[in-house]
Design a protein around this ligand. Structure first.
Ligand code: F0G
Length: 463
């Protein structure tokens, strides 16, 4: 049989409340044209994020009762630690409530009294990673390969680090670089993978300059699957073996357990350096919790431990990647400009190419996101000039790309939901010339895309 099916049955469902175009026009206006301000029950298909939105398995739910909520020394922590070490054999595993808490602790360690003058290179920093570093005065530098910046360009590993630019930077700024980071898969760059060769060579450069390599690991299993499929020499390797090799090149990792462990909450910081680990635990106790639970309850740690075993199953990963490719291929065939090849966790639409009449600083991605909500009740996030346009010096500049991310929650939507998404975009594509840009009427000092208020251009402001 060639047909790839969802490798699970559905035991428990959540009803979706259907709404009309007229209702959604009202709702998005009331949300100031920011989809983050919508109530989730007013959304038909929620592709805002794949983070914390996975459907947990019966196996994971059954672990909830096993969770031991002891303050210190809970067996749930030791099961969690063992499951992490099975794949990522770091010396210290420090539980946090989600990925950004791990990033915050790492930032506190590397920034010390002040991060000013320090630089952390990454293929592409995700928004919370960037915000944590920049908030401490550190410069967050993106050094993804050029192919990764061209949405239509087909390349198997568009998330790779540009090794030449990294070497130049290390040569010039070695004293100011506390660590080098790789984000796998490269979320902000279209969910594109990093090859094993690139991880290995990044590590070799780090070693030459005496710098630790950290991996921002939210979607490590999807990255491992791409290595198996696309990188010569890995076809016969198991996913756990590929994962272990990836981490053999790293000195530490930050993890959002809300993605590739199917958990609704959780994360960790893992590292080998004893001094940094001691500092991290001190920060952990101040901000998260005691080192054997950090930011999690015992049951969260049990769900992570169980999820780590399920996420590296090849049947699951095969279905996962195929279900994203399926939507990507259909949109591509309709002429909708998508990032190619399809990423691991999301379909990314190149809104700048689709809506060339809307300049980047009128946020074509946001215009498309609003249109998707009004047309089909689909919620998807802009990743472009609205998210990244405000510069640390207060000026505004277009982001490298203006994308809209259709992030697919894990094991949640079926193929007919996928067909509905395609149909919605087909309709918008047919009248794309009518879409209008937006202006921001209010924004906070940082991470503006979460709470900013907008208004469509060419429409009178409501009283
Ligand atoms: N790193 C990457 C690559 C991420 O994608 C995220 C979160 C984080 C770190 C932070 O982890 O949410 O557990 O604190 N990304 C989510 C998203 C929010 O929608 O892509 P967190």
């Amino acid at each position: 049989m060639k047909t790839i099916i969802e490798p699970f049955r559905i035991k428990s469902v959540e009803p979706i409340r259907m709404t009309t175009v007229e209702e959604r026009e009202q709702l998005i206006r009331a949300a100031d044209y920011n989809v983050f301000s919508l109530k989730s029950e007013d959304v038909i298909i929620d592709l805002l994020t794949d983070s914390g939105t996975s459907a947990m398995s019966a196996g994971q739910w059954s672990m909830l009762m096993r969770g031991d909520e002891s303050y210190a020394g809970s067996p749930s922590f030791y099961r969690f630690e063992e499951a992490v070490r099975e794949l990522m054999p770091f010396k210290h595993i420090i539980p946090t409530h989600q990925g950004r808490a791990a990033e915050h602790i790492l930032t506190a360690i590397v920034a010390g009294d002040s991060g000013h003058g320090k630089i952390i290179p990454n293929n592409t920093h995700f928004d919370t990673t960037r915000a944590n570093f920049e908030n401490a005065g550190i410069t967050a530098l993106d050094l993804v390969v050029e192919e990764g910046l061209d949405p239509a360009f087909e390349h198997p590993f568009k998330g790779n680090m540009d090794l030449q630019r990294l070497e130049q930077l290390l040569e010039k700024e070695a004293d100011n670089i506390p660590l080098v980071e790789l984000t796998i898969t490269n979320n902000a760059g279209g969910g594109q993978p990093v090859s094993m060769e690139n991880i290995r060579e990044t590590k070799a450069l780090c070693e030459r300059y005496g710098k630790p390599l950290y991996i921002d690991s939210a979607r490590f299993a999807e990255n491992a699957y791409f290595i198996k499929r696309r990188e010569p020499g890995y076809q016969d390797s198991s996913i756990p073996d590929i994962v272990r090799e990836m981490y053999s090149y790293a000195d530490g990792m930050t993890m959002s357990g809300k993605k590739d462990t199917f958990a609704n909450m959780g994360g960790w910081l893992a590292l080998n350096d004893d001094t940094w680990a001691e500092q991290a635990r001190t920060h952990l106790i101040m901000t998260e919790g005691f080192p054997t639970y950090g930011g999690m309850s015992g049951r969260d740690m049990e769900c992570l431990a169980a999820g780590l075993k399920e996420i590296v199953e090849e049947d699951y990963l095969h279905y996962r990647i195929r279900s994203i490719e399926y939507i990507n291929e259909k949109l591509d065939a309709l002429g909708v400009p998508v990032v190619k090849p399809a990423g691991g966790h999301a379909v990314f639409i190149d809104a700048r190419a689709m809506l060339p009449h809307i300049p980047p600083l009128q946020y074509p991605g946001q215009a498309l996101s609003v249109a998707m909500y009004v047309t089909g009740g689909i919620r998807a996030a802009e990743i472009g000039s609205f998210m990244f346009g405000r510069q640390p010096d207060g000026s505004e500049a277009p982001a490298g790309m203006d994308l809209v991310r259709l992030a697919m929650p894990r094991r949640v939507y079926t193929q007919s939901h996928g067909d509905y998404i395609v149909e919605c975009l087909e309709e918008i594509y047919g009248r794309r010339d009518e879409l209008k840009g937006l202006e921001i009427t209010w924004e906070p000092p940082s991470l503006r895309h979460f709470t900013a208020r907008l208004h469509p251009l060419g429409c009178a402001l409501a009283a």
